[in-house]
Design a protein around this ligand. Structure first.
Ligand code: ADP
Length: 905
């Protein structure tokens, strides 16, 4: 079947863009055809029609061109990509079929339009490279198109999910056929784009990276490339560049370097911890405002908000680097009026990073340029406020703010106050900026005045008082005469159109002037466009300096925001040290402290210290004793435990306490002050948080298996420098199983890892461990009983809890009184049995509810025999073949069993 030339053009364009929805410009509409049209009908709600309604109708759907932004947003949100195929010439002037080509491919990872982006969130495009011959390694690269920040690293296969969760790309490139592999590790809302395998090839990557950065630049950035190497990180980076070149069809000059990412320089937080600590969004409803980020974010610019999120994703581990930030925040806290003034000025700046991305990719509007100018105009005031600051970081920021005076001057001279969003209708260049433009404008205005005079003169001459000059796009200017005056129309008037009540005429003079006016208008628009392009190129040529200034402004926004947070919420500067200690006095949970009524949050202390276990010391490291503490103290420091076991009733505040400790470590390591009266925080290399399965069941996806897999990861990867918080671990299985696991996990953390660990549990039996393991201490949450009522004080105190108060909680929750009364009876019976070692359980109480006896006997946990149905001894008795035993053998078996039983009373 032969295609019409236009449909041929469509097919050629579609071929080139693969699975992106092709938006094919036809006059005032963007049209989609074939499968794209069906998809668009489904996801965009467009009505499906058809073209060539003959034998082979082609499915078609479309929307008016001015609604492009709105439909692009919908396309991206639905997880698709869009290719925009524009008309490259004016249809009126086209000879034959209008030239068209794809000018841009829009995907979630390459957005630069403000209307499609969240100003306070980064938008990363990532690529993952794998090779069958290296199944354990992956290369990952990621870029923020708006800032040009481009990084790459190699990870072990097992780290991929955590790293993708940390980067949170909105789009990820994978080689054809390998999507499955990445999808398994895919954060929610990440679009997967498959790319040809060659674009991940070694040589293709080195070529494209060489073209972008220069052939020897990679070594300079810190990557090593040997002839025999297959650097997966560079292969991923190459695939990203290749994709950007193909889709952006514009300059990528602002991507100037590729940064090697070194995970060891940041506090490692895996994805489970990330979710569980609710760092950037809450577990229940995914909200940012009530997550840690939302509560500490006092930034006033989008750039600052994005940088703060980035800091939270990459907390530091280097004490000097953390101190540099803390010094700056400290100085800003001490000089509140200056800080407030800087923050006030920062509210006047626009998103330079995103503006510059549009400038360098050729998509900036006149309004974008005027916003760059306005932002540059604020810089001298900000810079002045930074002069004379003492902390090296603030001094450095002052130095990095480049006023870009000549760019600012030019933009201010050139652009009018309220610039339009596009160049189409002109009118954005100031009068007086460019004399030839002024002349054309005078001609336009003059022409219009002539038109008015002509109308008056013609009315006078013909005696048709109501005659008017009008304009339409078909035949330009005309004179309109109502039918009542038809007989007065002079013969030289040329009739063009007849309406119901009037007729329209043109005259040679009118046409002559029209020519002048219209061509002046057209030429003025062309000239403005040229001037605009020059201005845009001027800004683009300064993009390095402007982006570096933007980065300094973002950092200043974060630091002043942290200072504002510290002042308004009464945070203090933590002392950050390299030793794995934790000394927190009157610490508060940053989120609850901010969300609950002032003064209601009960602060708590926390004191613990990690210590290297034998065989774990690195070269040149000294063993840190468990008891080490750096708090100045008149007496020899009391030994600090490494593991704190927190028991107490449900709802007492155990989770809150252990989480607040983890969050304080995190805050300190991003260089923030912390909510406490005093804090010494030893830098952690890894931070882990796990919640027992049943606590996470509400998410509908966690199982005991997940809980144990995650726990396994902690036990396998935590070091004595890590901070681990475990909340009700073991709860996802039966009491005995859970208790046994919790017990041996505590032993392992204590004996083998020696990390700072906070373990909240409802297994009271675990508290016996404090007596046996020197580095374990018991804490519990104080509870007051008053007139049969329980009051949770939320105060953490030394020692083990003696009751669980579950029934009181049930009462608080509105469980019928009768149920609670019966539960209290059963509890009393069970407790009596436990103390009197009775062998049976009361009606209604199950075997698993009875408390097992545990003893730390050669690291083995032993449980009361007959409450278990699968005890090994029972199994032996069950399976022994009595007929095959001699009387002597039978006696010996009996004796052996008896001995085993005496070991487990
Ligand atoms: P648990 O883990 O012991 O079941 P949570 O830590 O979940 O208890 O705390 C239950 C509730 O108690 C919290 O939602 C909070 O409202 C309140 N709470 C906890 N700790 C404190 C505190 N230190 N000060 C004030 N309220 C607290």
């Amino acid at each position: 079947m032969s295609l019409s030339p236009m449909m041929q053009q469509y097919h050629d364009a579609k071929q080139a863009v693969g699975d992106a929805l092709l938006l094919f410009r036809m006059g005032d509409f963007y049209e989609l055809f074939h499968e794209d049209a069906k998809t668009a009908a489904r996801v965009l709600g467009l009505s499906l029609t058809s073209r060539d309604k003959g034998e082979n109708p082609i499915p078609m759907a479309g929307f008016p061109h001015h609604q492009l932004d709105q439909y692009l947003a919908k396309i991206i949100r639905s997880g698709h990509r869009a290719a925009i195929c524009e008309q490259l010439e004016d249809p009126k002037q086209a000879k034959g079929i209008v030239k068209r080509d794809v000018t841009r491919i829009v995907s979630s990872g390459t957005l630069t339009d403000d209307s499609l982006l969240d100003p306070r969130a980064s938008n990363y495009l990532a690529a993952v490279c794998t090779r069958p011959k290296h199944p354990d390694r992956v290369g990952v690269a990621w870029v923020e198109l708006s800032t040009g920040r481009f990084s790459a690293a190699q990870f072990s296969r097992g780290q991929l999910a955590d790293e993708l969760a940390r980067i949170a790309p909105s789009e990820c490139l994978v080689a054809e056929g390998l999507g499955e592999l990445v999808l398994a590790d895919c954060p929610e809302r990440m679009a997967i784009t498959t790319r040809p395998a060659w674009s991940f090839g070694r040589q293709a990557a080195l070529d494209v990276l060489g073209r972008q950065f220069g052939s020897h630049a990679l070594e300079g950035f810190g990557f090593t490339v040997h002839a025999e190497d297959d650097p997966l990180d560079l292969a991923a980076a190459g695939a990203i560049l290749e994709y950007l070149i193909e889709t952006q069809k514009s300059s990528l000059e602002h991507i100037e370097r590729l940064l090697p990412y070194a995970p060891e320089e940041t506090l490692q937080i895996d994805s489970a911890t990330w979710r569980s600590l609710e760092i950037t969004q809450t577990l229940r409803d995914g909200r940012r405002e009530t997550a840690l980020l939302g509560v500490i974010d006092r930034t006033v610019t989008g750039m600052g908000a994005r940088l703060l999120a980035d800091w939270l994703c990459h907390p530091l581990t280097d004490v000097a680097a953390i101190d540099a930030r803390l010094d700056a925040v400290g100085e800003l806290v001490q000089h509140t009026p200056t800080t407030t003034a800087i923050r006030q000025e920062l509210t006047g700046i626009y998103d330079l990073e995103r503006l510059l991305a549009r400038v360098t990719t050729g998509r900036a509007s006149p309004r974008d340029l005027s916003f760059v100018g306005r932002t540059l105009a604020v810089l001298p005031k900000i810079k002045a406020k930074l002069t004379g600051r003492a902390s090296p970081k603030l001094v450095d920021l002052e130095g990095r703010i480049d006023l870009c005076g000549e760019v600012r001057g030019r933009l201010e001279q050139a652009l009018v106050e309220n610039c339009p969003l596009n160049t189409r209708d002109g009118g954005f260049i100031r009068a007086g900026f460019h004399p030839p433009l002024d002349e054309l404008r005078e001609l336009m205005v003059g022409g219009k005045q002539w038109m008015a005079r002509y109308q008056a003169a013609e009315c006078e001459r013909t005696g048709i008082g109501s005659m008017k000059v009008g304009f339409n796009s078909v035949f330009g200017y005309y004179l309109e005469v109502t039918h009542t005056h038809r007989d007065k129309v002079p013969p030289e008037y040329i009739r063009k159109q007849t309406l119901k009540n009037a007729e329209r005429y043109v005259t040679p003079e009118l046409k002559e002037y029209e020519e002048k006016v219209l061509s002046a208008e057209e030429r003025a628009k062309q000239l403005e466009l040229r001037l605009f392009t020059e201005l845009r190129d001027l800004v683009a040529s300064a993009s390095k300096r402007i982006l570096s200034t933007a980065a300094a402004l973002a950092e200043l926004d974060v630091l002043t925001g942290l200072a504002d947070l510290a002042t308004s919420r009464n945070y203090i500067r933590p002392t950050v040290v390299a030793e794995p200690v934790l000394e927190i006095e009157e610490g508060r949970h940053p989120v609850l402290d901010a969300l609950e009524a002032a003064g209601t949050f009960v602060p708590n202390d926390c004191r613990c210290a990690g210590g290297a276990r034998d065989g774990e010391l690195g070269a040149g490291e000294e063993k840190v004793p468990n008891c080490q503490t750096s708090l100045p103290s008149p007496q020899p420091p009391a030994p600090s435990p490494s593991l704190l076991l927190i028991t107490g009733p449900n709802m007492a505040g155990k989770s809150t306490y252990i989480r607040q400790t983890a969050l304080l470590v995190l805050l300190a390591q991003i260089g923030s002050f912390v909510p406490a009266r005093r804090a010494i925080i030893g830098v952690a290399d890894r931070l882990f948080a796990r919640v027992g399965a049943s606590d996470e069941l509400s998410r509908g996806q966690s199982t005991f298996m997940v809980e144990m897999t995650e726990t396994a990861r902690i036990l396998n990867t935590a070091t004595h420098r890590s901070v681990v918080i475990l909340d009700e671990i073991g709860r996802g299985t039966s009491t005995y199983d859970g208790l046994s696991l919790a017990w041996s996990i505590v032993e392992y953390l204590h004996d083998r890892i020696g990390c700072r660990a906070l373990f909240a549990t409802h297994y009271h039996e675990l508290t016996d461990l404090a007596g046996e393991l020197p580095g374990v201490a018991n804490l519990n949450v104080a509870v007051e009983e008053h007139a049969g009522k329980v009051v949770f004080l939320h105060r953490i105190v030394p020692g083990a809890a003696d009751k669980s108060y579950g029934i009181h909680v049930a009462e608080l929750a509105g469980v019928p009184r009768e149920v609670n009364r019966r539960a209290a009876e059963i509890l009393a019976q069970l407790e009596a049995q436990h103390h009197g070692r009775q062998d049976h359980v009361a009606r209604g109480a199950t075997a698993s509810a009875a408390t097992p006896r545990v003893a730390r006997n050669g690291h083995a946990l032993q449980l009361t025999l007959f409450e278990q149905t699968n005890h090994p001894l029972l199994e032996e008795i069950r399976t022994v073949d009595v007929n095959q035993l001699t009387p002597m053998e039978a006696l010996m078996r009996l004796q052996a069993w008896q001995e085993k039983l005496t070991e487990s009373p």
